[in-house]
Ligand binder design. Structure first.
Ligand SMILES: C[C@@]1(CC(=O)O)C2=NC(=C\c3[nH]c(c(CCC(=O)O)c3CC(=O)O)Cc3[nH]c(c(CC(=O)O)c3CCC(=O)O)/C=C3\N/C(=C\2)[C@@H](CCC(=O)O)[C@]3(C)CC(=O)O)/[C@H]1CCC(=O)O
Ligand SMILES: NC(=O)c1ccc[n+]([C@@H]2O[C@H](COP(=O)([O-])OP(=O)(O)OC[C@H]3O[C@@H](n4cnc5c(N)ncnc54)[C@H](O)[C@@H]3O)[C@@H](O)[C@H]2O)c1
Length: 208
């Protein structure tokens, strides 16, 4: 069984080798997460060229060399040459995160099919068994998510921070947090009134 985590990769050094379709897909999500990306590839597709021109990534226009990947936090081997991809994986340090296109078992992590809604992330993985199944299931889940979930999560987060500042016992705080899961707090106006008077909300929650 795999061990799922959500990674804080902002500002971390990531090296992507290859500049084709698979590399582009992976660069896009790495960019969205704020990684510091260097792409090493002799030939780059249009999106890679544009990102490089815009200064969003660094593009080293050449073939991969062994010493390129030494200091990376995360490595994506996405060339169309399975022998090179294998060499990249074998050359990596045991503590580096490595993803290998086409031979995922040579690396140490798989990418899931992902759905973002504000602060919510849903990731579906079959551990490489069927990527297309993961995509299909992710899309089904997306169809069933309520509208307003982004605002609701922001509200929950703000109130949780607010509750931390109050002198409440652990069980009182838990009672308030559970109360917030009541569907009535999906309503924007109600959210505003709770935020406007957190003490009243606490009194009411603890009285019930
Ligand atoms: C979810 C997503 C995330 C991402 O990669 O960003 C993802 N694949 C996506 C797209 C996609 N994948 C494929 C096509 C072409 C379809 C076609 O044939 O037309 C497309 C569409 C396209 O390219 O446009 C086919 C394919 N993929 C893999 C192989 C086998 C192999 O490489 O061995 C094959 C060959 C066919 C086969 O064997 O089925 C391998 C992997 N693909 C994974 C994830 C990992 C396992 C996930 C899991 O465990 O479920 C893993 C192991 C890669 C890894 O993590 O290293 C992303 C969704 C983007 C989105 O919509 O959000
Ligand atoms: N496209 C898909 O949907 C898909 C799905 C699953 C697996 N794969 C696998 O992923 C890999 C990449 O696929 P793709 O469609 O992105 O290929 P692609 O042909 O579009 O791109 C390959 C890239 O690798 C670069 N490259 C080749 N040798 C290199 C080297 N020594 N150093 C640096 N860069 C080098 C090329 O210049 C090119 O930019 C392949 O192994 C493929 O079998 C692809």
């Amino acid at each position: 069984m795999c061990y799922p985590i959500t990674l804080e990769i902002k500002g971390r050094k990531v090296i992507v080798i290859g500049g084709g379709k698979v590399a582009v897909r992976k660069i896009r999500s790495l960019l969205a997460a704020g990684a510091s990306i260097t792409v090493i590839t002799d030939q780059a597709s249009e999106p890679v060229k544009k990102w490089a021109e815009a200064g969003q990534i660094t593009w080293n226009q050449r073939l991969w060399r062994k010493k390129d990947t030494g200091k990376a936090f995360l490595i994506v081997a996405a060339t169309n040459n399975p022998k090179i991809n294998r060499e990249i994986a074998e050359n990596a340090d045991a503590n580096q995160l490595v993803n290998v296109a086409g031979q995922p078992e040579l690396g140490n992590f798989y990418l899931p099919a992902v759905l973002h809604r504000g602060r919510l992330t849903i990731a579906v993985s079959t551990g490489g068994a069927s990527p297309l199944f993961s995509v299909r299931l992710r899309d089904k889940i997306a169809d069933r998510l309520d509208d307003g979930i982004e605002d609701y999560l922001d509200f929950l987060s703000r109130l949780r921070e607010g509750l931390k500042k109050k002198s409440l016992s652990q069980s009182e705080r838990a009672a308030c947090l559970r109360k917030l899961l009541d569907p009535m707090y999906r309503d924007g106006l109600r959210q505003q009134s709770v935020l406007a008077d957190v003490d009243a909300f606490i009194r009411q929650s603890l009285a019930e």
